[in-house]
Every structure is written in C-alpha cells, then in structure tokens.
Design a protein around this ligand. Structure first.
Ligand SMILES: NC(=O)C1=CN([C@@H]2O[C@H](COP(=O)(O)OP(=O)(O)OC[C@H]3O[C@@H](n4cnc5c(N)ncnc54)[C@H](O)[C@@H]3O)[C@@H](O)[C@H]2O)C=CC1
Ligand SMILES: O=C(O)[C@@H]1CCC=N1
Length: 295
C-alpha cells in the first residue's frame, strides 16, 4: 500500500499535446469553474495560481492533478502559469484585473485566449490591457463546481468559431453554456451569476422560519436543503415553474395561503428589483474599472 501523503505526479502535467489552461486567481469562482471543467475532461494540462501560499496548499488538495503556485512563493507565478497556455482564465477580483493583466500581457503568447470571469470589466478594457490577445468574457456561477453551473459566454468579435467551440466544450463540463452578447451580461448576472445567491438566501430564510415555528435547526436545514434539491431536479426534468407551482397548490389549501403572503409582500417587484440592482451594479463597475484602466 502506498502510504505517501504527497500525490504522485499525474501523467498529464506539462504535456504539450494537451489543451492547456491556466487559472489566474483561483478562489471561490475560479476553483468552482476549474473543478467542473476538470471533472469532465481529465486530459487537460491545468495550472492555477492564488495569492497566498496557504490558499495554494488548500487548492492543491482540491485540484490534485493541477500544478498550483502562489504569488507569495513566486512573484512570477502568474506569468509562468500563463506561459504557452491555450486559455488563460482570469479569476481575480474585478478591481485587480488591471494590474494582473498588465503584468501578464507582455509575456503572453499571441495565440493565448484570455477568458475573464470578472463582473464589471468590459471586453474593450481587457483588450486595452492585452492588445495582442483575443478576449472572451464569461459570467459563471458557483454550481459550476459540480457541473451544474450556468455560464454565459460572450466572445469578442475576433475570436474564431473553432476557438469558441473548444471553449464551449471545456466549459460545458461546468454546466449549461449560453452564448450571449456582452450587453446581455448584466441581465444574466442579475438572474444567474448573482441569482444563485438569491436561492441560497431564500433557503436561509426558510430554515429560520422553520426554527421559529418549533423545528430544530438541524431538522429545518435538512428539510429545506432536500426541498431545494427536489424542486431543482423536478424543474430541470419538467421546466415549467408555473405548472409546478400550480401542481402544489390545492384550492383553499396551505400552499395558496403561503404563496399569497409572498405575492402580497411584493415578491414579483422584489425579484425584479434585485435582478436590476445586480445588473446595474455590473454596469457601474464597468465604468469604474474602465476609468482605472484608461486613466
Ligand atoms: N463568486 C462568484 O460567485 C462569482 C465571481 N465572479 C467573478 O470571479 C472573480 C473572482 O471572484 P471570487 O472567486 O468570488 O473571489 P475570491 O476572492 O474567492 O478569489 C480571488 C482569488 O484571487 C487570488 N489572487 C489575489 N490576488 C492575486 C494575484 N495578484 N494573482 C493571482 N491570484 C490572486 C486569491 O488568492 C483568490 O484565490 C471576480 O472577478 C468576480 O467578479 C463571477 C461570477 C460568480
Ligand atoms: O458578487 C459579485 O460581484 C460576483 C459576480 C457574480 C456573482 N458574484
């Protein structure tokens, strides 16, 4: 039995015949996306970077077949990871994009495609930072980690169809890939990129309600999580939310009493306002980041 704690070197690391991806800034979203991509395609050369050595160590446990490095250990980690990669996924915070891409750009191969997942950083501004590279903007969400994400894909005009197809295939390991125009990204962010958190918030509020009504927290959580899972799966099999809602609602029964409470409290307006707020913030961030990038 092999009792060594250090994982053995996977065969794909560094192989030049494989599609190579570099994930620059691999935190919550970057990790989720790369996990989804890697779970569907084992034949990838994956390099990933983080800021601290501690987060790189934790990431290496999550992605054992990827080559993980940190800026804390090596100030050139991003440049080395991106060298010669087919796709460089940019997963740093939006306000860090300017410095990160400016540092990377001079050493990038001209064939490398930059794939930004940042909210609120426009393709035109990324192109200013990396003028010799093709740019794709994506907006994923965190269920990408388990292959159930939604990933909006907005390539810039100069990205050829073969490249888009390759990227689409890679991303489809992380979930549903939907091609959009960049102008549609704020709406997508409002209902899906950020929208997944609204479902989590609803789950939190339902658990709290269950506890107030006398259930133990553990029981309430177990039930709400399983209810969300069941609702999601049913909706996925029969994608008609209105029909599913009506199937639960008996005339004069409990469900209509609950639903009416949501409607009376303005749920439709609240959901629209929430989606708008996220979408508007995305556009505001585009302006803020554009000013930083263009001076
Ligand atoms: N969290 C989410 O659900 C979503 C996030 N996004 C976008 O993804 C990007 C990352 O967001 P999160 O993952 O939530 O943030 P995060 O803070 O979890 O991850 C950022 C990562 O960047 C690393 N980092 C910091 N400075 C670095 C540098 N100079 N070089 C390399 N790595 C560096 C950090 O170690 C960390 O691992 C943002 O641009 C955000 O707009 C997009 C869609 C959904
Ligand atoms: O909150 C944010 O800005 C990021 C983008 C979409 C989801 N999370």
């Amino acid at each position: 039995m092999n009792t060594e704690l250090t994982p053995t070197e996977p065969p794909q690391k560094g192989r030049s015949d494989l599609t190579s991806i570099a994930s620059i800034g691999t935190g919550n979203m970057g990790t989720a996306l790369i996990k989804g991509i890697m779970s569907a395609d084992e034949k990838l050369d994956v390099r990933a970077t983080t800021n601290s050595a501690a987060s790189a160590k934790a990431l290496a446990e999550e992605l054992p077949s990827a080559a993980i490095t940190s800026l804390e250990d090596d100030a050139g980690a991003n440049r080395k990871a991106a060298a010669g990669a087919d796709f460089v996924f940019l997963g740093v915070k939006p306000w860090m994009m300017a410095d990160t891409v400016a540092d990377l750009a001079p050493s990038l191969d001209a064939n490398t495609v930059l794939v930004s997942m940042a909210a609120g950083v426009a393709i035109a501004d990324l192109a200013t930072l990396a003028p010799k590279n093709k740019i794709v903007r994506i907006m994923p969400n965190t269920p990408s980690a388990i292959g159930h994400g939604v990933i909006a894909l907005a390539p810039s005009a100069e990205v050829d169809e073969t490249t888009v197809d390759t990227l689409r295939t890679l991303l489809s390991g992380a979930g549903l890939v939907v091609a959009l125009d960049e102008t549609e990204i704020p709406a997508m962010t409002g209902i899906s990129g950020s929208g997944v958190a609204y479902f989590f918030l609803l789950a939190e509020t339902m658990i709290a309600a269950g506890v107030k009504m006398g259930l133990s927290e553990e029981t309430a959580k177990q039930m709400v999580v399983a209810t969300a899972d069941g609702a999601g799966r049913l909706l996925s099999e029969k994608p008609d939310p209105s029909a599913q809602r009506q199937a639960v609602s008996s005339k004069g029964g409990t469900t209509l009493a609950g639903l009416q409470t949501f409607i009376d409290a303005g749920l439709f307006d609240i959901a629209e306002a929430a989606a708008q707020a996220a979408g508007n913030r995305s556009l505001e961030m585009e302006k803020e980041n554009s000013q930083v990038i263009n001076g």
